[in-house]
Design a protein around this ligand. Structure first.
Ligand SMILES: [Zn+2]
Length: 120
């Protein structure tokens, strides 16, 4: 599969989002309450970290299985080449992230409840 310019642009925009996310959530002392799943640079889902569960993200044959457990998120299985994302450690604090580069999928954590914007 040839790596098109579009792929590279998507990757760069994902990294830009990651960098922006990191800058916005430098206060990493807070335990995260929600995990955001980004696919192709778009916010695809928000998972609560407060309830143990397992979610499968499938897009065009690309599969990533995300497990929420004890307030942490990790990728437990994926069919990407190399499977690097499945070896990244579980994340639990705001600002941490897991990236699956071949699938252009990224998980970031936030410490703000989805429906609550009270300042900390
Ligand atoms: Zn992966």
């Amino acid at each position: 599969m040839k790596r098109s310019a579009r792929d590279i642009i998507l990757l760069i925009s994902m990294l830009a989002i990651a960098a922006g996310w990191y800058a916005l959530s430098r206060d990493t002392s807070a335990n995260a309450v929600g995990a955001i799943v980004w696919i192709d640079g778009f916010r695809s889902a928000r998972l609560s970290l407060e309830q143990a569960d397992e979610f499968t993200f499938e897009r065009g044959g690309d599969i990533n299985v995300v497990r929420i457990e004890n307030g942490t998120a990790r990728i437990v299985s994926a069919n990407c080449p190399g499977g690097d994302c499945t070896r990244q450690r579980a994340i639990s604090r705001a600002g941490e992230l897991i990236v699956c580069v071949p699938h252009k999928l990224m998980i970031t954590l936030e410490s703000v409840p989805a429906f609550d914007t009270v300042a900390r």
